[in-house]
Design a protein around this ligand. Structure first.
Ligand code: ATP
Ligand code: MG
Length: 238
């Protein structure tokens, strides 16, 4: 359990605009071991989503290194990063990011089919049933409630059993009760299928369910705290 799934070393992100250079992230270093649950917290604009995008290889830093499962993202081209991401990372976003012209089932099947995974339909149906949507396979996103859309997104994220789940404000668009249900489901799926969870959240109660909390302020990592207990241990005692 001591393998490092994420290693971030001296990571920086700057953008240039007409006025000058804007520093979004500066000298951020930390690593995450397989099995950890990590909350990234900080004020709006502190760089949380930017950091998550860099960890996922969706964007590139201007300084420093990100290694995912030991592979340096900067040594890979866009296709290589996409392959690594497909193999290792599941995503959940605040805005669900379902494809509107695909049914719930097709949304879950798509990443599997892109990877040529076998039994995509059966596995996607099983996964949707597991998140409580056995009767919604053929619904399009606009005919699903927000909580249901997020459950489709969870099914899509977990169906390939990625070793790492990245979540950016996964309950940010949901009412408190629905958000709590999504969070319970996410921790349950994470302990069942995925061993490592890194989640951006504004919600201090949700952050407390993670074993570790990283705090960003104006693009800098200002705190890295361990919180007991681990989420899956926490779940087991409920
Ligand atoms: N491509 C970009 N070009 C210019 N500025 C950017 C870009 N991406 C992000 N920023 C700026 O970087 C800062 C950090 O953005 P980021 O989205 O990472 O914040 P955040 O911590 O996720 O905030 P929130 O909690 O509101 O989602 C913001 O001030 C944003 O305006
Ligand atoms: Mg954000």
């Amino acid at each position: 359990m001591s393998e490092k799934i994420i290693e971030v070393v001296d990571l920086g992100k700057e953008v240039k605009d007409a006025i000058g250079t804007l520093t979004i992230l500066s000298a951020v270093s930390f690593s995450v071991k397989t099995g950890e649950t990590v909350a990234i917290v900080g004020a709006s604009g502190s760089g949380k989503s930017t950091l998550l995008g860099l960890i996922a290889g969706l964007d590139r830093g201007t300084h420093g290194t990100v290694r995912l499962g030991g592979e340096d993202l900067s040594s890979l081209d866009e296709d290589g990063r996409a392959r690594l991401r497909a193999a290792k990372v599941g995503f959940v976003f605040q805005s669900f990011q379902l494809l509107p012209h695909l049914s719930a089932l097709e949304n879950v099947m798509l990443p599997m089919e892109l990877q040529g995974a076998g039994s995509a339909r059966e596995r996607s149906q099983d996964m949707l049933a597991e998140v409580g949507l056995a009767k919604r396979f053929h619904h399009y996103p606009k005919t699903l409630s927000g909580g249901e859309q997020q459950r489709v997104a969870l099914a899509r994220a977990f169906v390939m059993r990625p070793p790492l789940l990245l979540a950016d404000e996964p309950t940010g668009s949901l009412d408190a009760a629905t958000g709590l249900g999504i969070m319970d489901l996410m921790f349950k799926l994470n302990s069942e299928y995925t061993s490592t969870l890194v989640m951006v959240t504004h919600d201090t109660d949700i952050a407390k369910r993670c074993a570790r909390r990283l705090t960003l302020s104006a693009g800098q990592l200002i705190a890295d705290e361990s919180l007991a207990p681990l989420a899956h241990e926490y779940d087991a005692t409920r």
